[in-house]
Design a binder for this molecule. Structure first.
Ligand code: SF4
Length: 324
């Protein structure tokens, strides 16, 4: 039977401040905010069983907001990068493998983050200019492609993806997938490609923009499976589609990060109900298997630093998947 993978993770949104203004974004906030180390530790402590600490947050907030930088300085950090590094170390010390998606980073910044991250990520979204990104300097296709290329040069196992339904045409999606395939052909570092659907959020400029249909999403998954090499996983986020089965049949083979934290209160005796639900959705035709934030291929290739080697060895089995 074919394998469908997932990762047990915990989400750490260090800040909602962001230098970009994407028309569909319901995450960004103008109010200065930053998670304290205490808050990060508390979220991690509650995530028993998770192995991945997913650091995802707004892009380069310290450059966009002087008040943010001031707040960071008061916490004892000169730059956001310094703070990310420290929080990565905290997660590692607590037994989590960090995966950082901080938006656009320079090659030098990624070089500094690599020793503390099992993998890193940046959604390509679309490799073409779109109206919804008119006020988002970090969403310029050439900037994103450069960062993904730099990650390849640094041999960082990398997660990327495309966002469907934000004003692009079908041919743009195919082109974006071809760009990712080409980057992987050159550097071999893409571990998964997320096919994510746009969902309109109230109060955003795109609140009335229609989301993609299930047919469009299926078509994108099929195209991804055809265009991307076999060794690159195609991920479909299970919380964004009603039923994963048709997407798995169409070629998706990963369902991304599953978190237990929000379920703990409702169902304390079964902390991972989502996993049971997914297993049922696969109808006995596929094996659901836990992976780490670094895919088996890269565990075997040892594309990680000595700093995280002990944790990877503790958590991985002989095939590079998560040890049961
Ligand atoms: S990059 Fe765009 S989508 Fe992401 S947080 Fe910033 S404004 Fe929102």
């Amino acid at each position: 039977m074919e394998i469908v993978t997932y990762s047990k993770n915990v989400f750490i949104p260090l800040t909602r401040n962001c230098r970009n203004r994407c028309d569909y974004c319901g995450f960004r906030s103008e109010e200065i905010n930053i998670m304290s180390e205490e808050e990060v530790r508390s979220v991690l402590s509650a995530a028993k069983g998770a192995k991945e600490a997913l650091f995802t947050f707004g892009e380069r907030p310290d450059e966009a907001y002087p008040e943010f930088r001031k707040a960071l300085n008061e916490m004892g950090y000169k730059t956001m990068l310094e703070y990310i590094l420290e929080m990565n170390r905290v997660a590692l010390d607590m037994g989590f493998l960090p995966h950082t998606n901080a938006g656009i980073l320079s090659k030098e910044e990624m070089r500094k983050l690599k020793p503390y991250n099992a993998s890193m990520g940046l959604m390509l979204e679309q490799a073409v200019e779109l109206e919804c990104h008119a006020n988002s300097p970090g969403k310029r296709p050439e900037v994103r492609i450069k960062m993904i290329r730099d990650a390849g040069k640094l041999q960082i196992p990398f997660t990327t993806g495309i966002l469907i339904g934000i004003g692009e045409k079908r041919e743009d999606r195919l082109y974006s997938l071809e760009v990712i395939a080409d980057l992987h052909e050159n550097y071999g570092h893409i571990q998964e490609v997320i096919i994510q659907n746009f969902k309109p959020k109230k109060g955003t400029p795109m609140e009335n923009h229609p989301p993609p249909t299930a047919e469009e999403m299926l078509d994108a998954v099929k195209a991804a499976r055809e265009i991307l090499p076999e060794e690159v996983a195609v991920q479909i986020p299970p919380n964004l589609v009603d039923d994963i089965y048709p997407f798995i049949k169409a070629g998706a083979n990963d369902v991304g990060g599953i978190s237990s934290v929000t379920h703990d209160y409702i169902n304390p005796e079964s902390p991972w109900p989502e996993i049971e639900r997914l297993e049922k959705a696969l109808r006995g035709e596929f094996i659901l298997k836990e992976r780490l934030p670094i895919y088996p291929k890269f565990v075997k290739l040892k594309w990680y630093a000595e700093t995280i080697e002990p944790l990877i060895e503790r958590y991985s089995d002989a095939d590079g998947y998560a040890r049961p």
